[in-house]
Each structure stands twice: as C-alpha cells, then as structure tokens.
Design a binder for this molecule. Structure first.
Ligand SMILES: Cc1cc2nc3c(=O)[nH]c(=O)nc-3n(C[C@H](O)[C@H](O)[C@H](O)COP(=O)(O)OP(=O)(O)OC[C@H]3O[C@@H](n4cnc5c(N)ncnc54)[C@H](O)[C@@H]3O)c2cc1C
Length: 511
C-alpha cells in the first residue's frame, strides 16, 4: 500500500486541538481526511512530558466551555458528540487573588462569586451580580448569534445587552457600575487569559470569559491536556482519518488562487480539494505558499496589521512533598503588585521582572496528578512576543534563568517556603520552547490579540474578504476566536464548517 493516497478531500496541517477538531468534524461528515503533524505526537501545546518517571502537564491550567455532564457547554458537547471520552475534573475554585491589600479565594457560580467579593469588599453584592448577569446575557447572545446570525433590527430587540455594550471597552463598562477599586481588582484577574489591557479589550470578550469561567466553572482532564489530544487522535483514526506524524509541511500548493495540496519537507507532494492550516497565517503567507506569486498583497497587509497576542514563560516543578505540607492551599493563584491591566500589559512587552504571575498546583484539582508524597507546581507569566524577539542566542540561557529565579523567589516569598529546597524536577518553558515544539509564530500561544479594532465580531464580518486563497482555511489559536485550548477547538470546528459549506455550494453549482 502506498503511504499516501492519490487524493484526499481535505489535508489538515497540524495534529493539535484545532487541527484534530477539524479532522473529527470532517470525518463525521464522511470526508476523506489526512492530518500531517510535524511532531511525533499529537497535541501541540496540549501535551505532557516525563521527567524522573513522572508525567507532567506541559501547559493547561484550566479549560473553558466544558460544563457539567448533563449541561455541557460547546467544547464539552463537541467532545461528547464526537465520542471523545474524557474524564473531566471540575477545578475547585475560580481563583485565589493575591493583590495589594487582598488575599481572597473566589469560587464559580455568579451569585457565589458576587457574595465572596462582597465579603471582601462589603456593600458590592448587587452591583457585582448585576455586572456578572450582564456578562451572562452577552455570553448567551454571542453563543446564539454564532449559530443563528440575524438582522441588525432583530438583534436590537432580542439581544439588547449585547448590542448596547458591543462598542465599549471592558474598562468603560466596569466603570459604569461605580464599584470600589478593590472590587474592580477582584473582577480582573482572568484578564491575562485574553491578553489585552481593559482599556483596549472589548467588553464582549470580557463577558464571554467571565460568564464561561465564573458561571460554569473550569475543568481539567484527569490525564492532563494530552488526554484530549491523544483521545481525539485515537477517535479520528477510528473514524477513518489518516494521521501521519513527523511530517512537516513546507509548502501549500496553489494554482489560480486555489489551494490543491501540500509538499512535505520529505518531498512528498500530496493532493487534496482543501487544505486547513494550523500554521499561523504569518508563516503561511510569507513562506509556505507555492508559488509565492500566488500570495495576494492584501494577505501580507492583513498579517502585518494584526497584533500578535501573548506567548508563555512557565516554570514547572515537581516538589518533594504534598501541597498541604508545603502550605499550598489553592489550585490557582493570580498574583500581582497591581491590578491595573493596562500597566501590566505594557510591562509584558519586556523581559521581566514580571509583575503578574499565575500559579497552579495540579494536585489540588487532580488527586492523581503526581505520585503520593509529591506535588506539581507551575508558575507562569504570559509575556508579549516583543521582548523575547530581541533576545540574542548568546543571552538566552542567562535571561531564561534570571526570569525563572525571579518567579521562584516571588512565589517562595508568598508561600513562606523556599521552593528551591523542594524541587525534584524542574522544566523552564519559554517562548522559544513553544516555537520549537509547535512551530507557533514567535512562540505565540493565543493567536492575534483581541482589541477594539480586531476581535471575534469584527473578524466574523471581515472573514470573507480575508479568505485570500480559495479552499485554504485556518484552524488554530490564530483563527477567529483566538485564545486558548477551548477556542482552538471552536476554531477547528469553524474551519471544518467553512470547508463543508463551500463544498455544498460548489456541488450545488456544479449540478
Ligand atoms: C504554559 C502554557 C499554559 C497554557 N494554559 C492554558 C490554559 O490554562 N487554558 C487554555 O485554554 N489554554 C492555555 N494555553 C494556550 C493553549 O495551549 C493554546 O492556545 C492552544 O493549545 C493552541 O492550540 P492550537 O491547536 O491552535 O495550536 P498548537 O498547540 O500550537 O498546535 C499546532 C500544531 O501544528 C503542528 N504544526 C505546525 N506547523 C506545522 C507544519 N508546517 N507541518 C506539520 N505540522 C505543523 C505543530 O507541531 C502542532 O502540533 C497555554 C499555553 C501555554 C504554553
């Protein structure tokens, strides 16, 4: 049997969450799909690694859009519908906020959350609940409108909260609730998950973030994020998808403005009616389209015009004692010396010291995360790509260790335990690590930043105009929804839907 067939319906470049979601959805509709993954494993960032015989989560803090078994949100429902059977564990709290003058643990549930903010900042219950309810209304509208687009006139009547707040920044809407600064601070910690300061973050995006995470809680797979990608790959293969690992796609073949296949670095030329790329548009339009003359100028303008979102710097440790013995009380801690998101965002353009950290102790959400008598602890910051782009090879090691030392010192001070005395294993992930393992442009983990000019709704409106090459779709954190593992799944589904819709239109036209 030949390694590749003569022709596929769709080739998917990249076998991580987004690419595998596309593959699952297409296979479910009977399409013949080939996934080409450059690594020897599926998952991209949704992966784990082994040190000292212990499997360690590479990235995931928490998944959004999963929901309880009998009340699934869109990502959880997609996994269920596709037969991707994951053991989900609900994360016990929303977060512990460690901010100037505040040490507060907050739990999911809109009312619970508002009560807990009120306990820390008395007199704020009604206003905080009203703000969270507003977020929830916007969230419901976004979910409905993403499935059933409607006229502006109808939207005004059916989705008033969404329409009313759509042109406002997060800061503008929060200010309108006239909350004391401390309460505002307690409502801000998740900002880093969408990677824009509140003066430039559309309230719509903040609403989705808060309503999803606070309203429904977050989840982790028992066997780490790799459980998702491994089971997705397994299920896709069972549904007839061909997945080939260690196959780096060098070129996307285009003729007369239409993609018709790919060439791998091994030299295989493989043909298909459609190509879906997990590789960033920046990479595709500047280096992958063959011949390069097929790249429209507008495509280059588009990638130059978009602002890349955040990358990651993470210190991941296995410690030699239990969380309890080490005084680690919370699954998730957000710690900063300010909660001024604009100032923090500015700061993330540098190389540290970083003033905003997010820390996870997996054992407090997953009792089988590490062997008995140990625990895993990760300290993460999400810098912008700007600073890291300037690091010279000869300075990399020094800067990496400086940043890691600062983060370990900060959290050792917070916990009152010198973490260095307890490290069994330590791995430092940098933007370069992300780039090396996933090929992500500049090590970016969230695609393009959500700003007032460029966000999901604006992108939905310009999507058709930005479809520069026919039969080529993008599936990854860099596609419409941006940000994180849940949205990567949604983006993968959207790319598959675009392919299916185009197929239907072209088939109808050919009849
Ligand atoms: C430390 C850290 C913590 C994080 N925490 C969270 C969290 O708590 N919650 C959350 O939702 N998100 C989190 N994220 C972000 C999240 O991991 C990503 O947004 C998401 O996994 C992106 O998925 P993806 O499918 O778009 O891309 P990737 O995971 O980057 O995968 C791209 C895939 O395509 C393959 N590929 C690329 N180019 C080619 C090519 N030319 N040929 C063949 N294959 C190719 C790569 O090998 C890779 O497998 C975190 C990320 C990091 C680094």
């Amino acid at each position: 049997m030949k390694f590749y067939k003569d022709h596929y319906d769709v080739i998917v470049i990249g076998g991580a969450l987004a690419g595998l979601s596309s593959a699952l959805m297409l296979a479910d509709k009977g399409k013949d799909v080939l996934v080409l993954e450059r690594h020897n494993l599926p998952g991209g960032i949704a992966s784990s690694f082994v040190r000292g015989g212990i499997e360690i989560e590479a990235a995931l803090h928490e998944m959004m859009s999963i929901g309880e078994k009998d009340n699934r949100l869109k990502v959880g429902k997609f996994f269920d519908d596709m037969g991707v059977d994951i053991e989900w564990l609900k994360v016990p709290e929303a977060y512990h906020a460690s901010l100037p003058g505040l040490e507060v643990t907050l739990h999911p549930g809109l009312e619970t959350f508002a009560k807990e903010v009120d306990a820390a900042v008395p007199g704020t219950y009604q206003k905080v609940l009203a703000l969270l309810n507003l977020c929830n209304s916007v969230f419901d509208s976004v979910n409905e409108l993403s499935i059933h687009p409607m006229s502006k006139a109808k939207m005004l009547i059916k989705h008033e909260a969404f329409v009313k707040t759509a042109g406002y920044t997060t800061q503008e809407v929060i200010d309108s609730f006239d909350l004391p600064k401390k309460a505002q601070d307690l409502l801000a910690p998740y900002w880093i998950y969408v990677g824009s300061g509140f003066s430039d973050l559309p309230f719509t995006i903040y609403s989705v973030l808060m309503a999803d995470y606070i309203g429904y809680g977050s989840y982790i797979p028992r066997k780490f994020s790799h459980e998702m990608s491994l089971k997705m790959a397994e299920r896709a293969e069972a549904m007839g998808v061909q997945i080939e690992y260690r196959q780096h796609v060098d070129k996307i073949l285009v003729k007369n403005g239409k993609a018709y296949g790919v060439r791998t670095s091994r030299g295989d030329e493989i043909h298909a009616d459609y190509v879906i790329s997990s590789s960033y548009p920046n990479k595709v339009y500047t280096a992958m389209i063959e011949p390069a003359s097929e790249v429209p100028k507008e495509a280059i303008k588009m990638v130059n015009g978009r602002r890349l979102s955040l990358t990651a710097f993470s210190v991941i440790m296995i410690l030699d004692d239990t969380a309890e013995a080490l005084g680690i009380k919370d699954y998730s801690v957000f710690r900063g010396d300010t909660m001024d998101t604009d100032a923090l965002y500015k700061d993330l353009a540098g190389l540290g010291p970083y003033r905003y950290l997010t820390c996870i102790c997996h054992n407090l959400g997953n009792d089988t995360a590490t062997p008995p008598g140990t625990c895993s602890y990760s300290i993460t910051t999400l810098p912008r790509v700007d600073g890291w782009k300037t690091v010279k090879a000869e300075d990399y090691d020094k800067i990496k260790h400086q940043v890691a030392e600062q983060m370990i010192s900060d959290m050792s001070g917070y916990l009152g335990v010198n973490l260095r005395d307890h490290i069994l294993e330590i791995v430092i992930e940098t933007p370069m690590t992300v780039n090396r393992y996933t090929n992500a442009w500049n090590g970016c983990i969230y695609g393009y930043a959500h700003t007032m000019e460029d966000h999901i709704i604006a992108r939905l409106q310009t999507a058709e105009a930005e479809s520069f090459i026919k039969h080529l779709e993008f599936s990854g954190a860099h596609a419409i929804s941006g940000d994180g593992m849940g949205p990567a799944v949604t983006n993968g589904r959207k790319a598959a839907k675009n392919v299916l819709d185009t197929m239907a239109v072209e088939e109808a036209a050919a009849k």
